[in-house]
Write a protein that binds this ligand. Sequence first.
Ligand code: GA4
Length: 325
Amino acid sequence: MVVLASTPAVDHIPLLRSPDPGDYFSGMPVVDLSSPGAPRAIADACERFGFFKLVNHGVPADTMDRLESEAVRFFSLPQADKDRSGPAYPFGYGSKRIGLNGDMGWLEYLLLAVDSASLSGACAVPSCALLAALNEYIAAVRKVAVRVMEAMAEGLGIAAVDALSGMVTAEGSDQVFRVNHYPPCHALQGLGCSATGFGEHTDPQLISVLRSNGTSGLQIALQNGQWVSVPSDRDAFFVNVGDSLQVLTNGRFKSVKHRVVANSLKSRVSMIYFGGPAMTQRIAPLPQLLGAGEQSLYKDFTWGEYKKAAYNSRLGDNRLAQFHR
Ligand code: GA4
C-alpha cells in the first residue's frame, strides 16, 4: 500500500511495505556468460521474467570498484557542490525528482548521455577521476550489453548475430548511463515501511545492465504481479529487458516491471547502462521472429516517438499500452 509520510524528511515520497526475508526471489535465473549454454539460458530468462543475473561477464572488479568509490566521493560532497552539476534534465545531477512529471524517490543521481562507447561531451562531470572511472566502466559494460544482445539473437534462433546488438552499436544510438545513490532513510527505521527509492516502472529502451554495491533494494514484479526482492551481488550484473525489446520480439521477451525500496540503515549505490537505438530506428517485431500469419501486437513507431511519449508519462504508467494494436 502507498501512503504519504508525515515525517518531514520523507514528505512527498511514497512509502512501501519494508521487504521481509520471505520476499526474496528464490527462482532467479543466473546466466554464466562464458558458458556455451548462455544464449538459450538468456532467451529463456527473458521469456519468463525479462530479467536475469549475469556472472562470469569478464569485467574486472577494479573497474566496478573504481566507479563505485568515485561515485561515493561525489555523493559525499556538500549539497551546493553537487547542485552545481545539475539539473538532471537533460543531463546532470538530480535529487528526489525523477523525470519531469512529478515523480519523487528517496535518491540522488547522475543522469548522463553516452556517445558511442564513452560519456558524451555534453555531460559536465565535476572531477577528472570520476570522468575516467565512468569512461572505463561504460566501455566495459557496453561490451557486455553487446555480447548479451548477440546471445539473445542466437537464443531466439536469429541467424544475424547483430540483429539486436547492431541497434546499440549503430551511429547515433541513444545510450544513457545513470548512477543512483539511495541514502539510508533513518526516519522510517523500525516502522515496517520504507521510502520508495525509485518507483515501479519498466525501462523504455532495449536493454538495461545494472550493477550495485552490496545493499539490496531492487525488486522485480513476476508475471503474476508478485513483487520479489533481488539479493544484491556486487560481482554480478543484473539485466532487464526494456519495452523496445519486448516489441522487437513481439512480446516473447517481457519488459520487466521493477522498483527500488530504500534501506533504513545502509546506502545503496547502483550504476545502470541503458542501451537504446537511434532516434529514427523503427521499433517493430523482427520479421525473423514472426511465425506464419503472425501479426505484430503493436502499432509501428520509431524510438524517437516512443522516447517522447515515455518522457511525457509518469513513471508507473503502462507506456506500451498506447502502442498496442
Ligand atoms: C526509466 C529508465 C531510465 O532510468 C530513464 C528514466 C527516465 C528519467 O529518470 O528521467 C524516466 C523513466 C526512465 C521512464 C519514464 C520517464 C522517463 C522518468 C520518467 C518519468 C533515464 C529512462 O530513459 O526512462
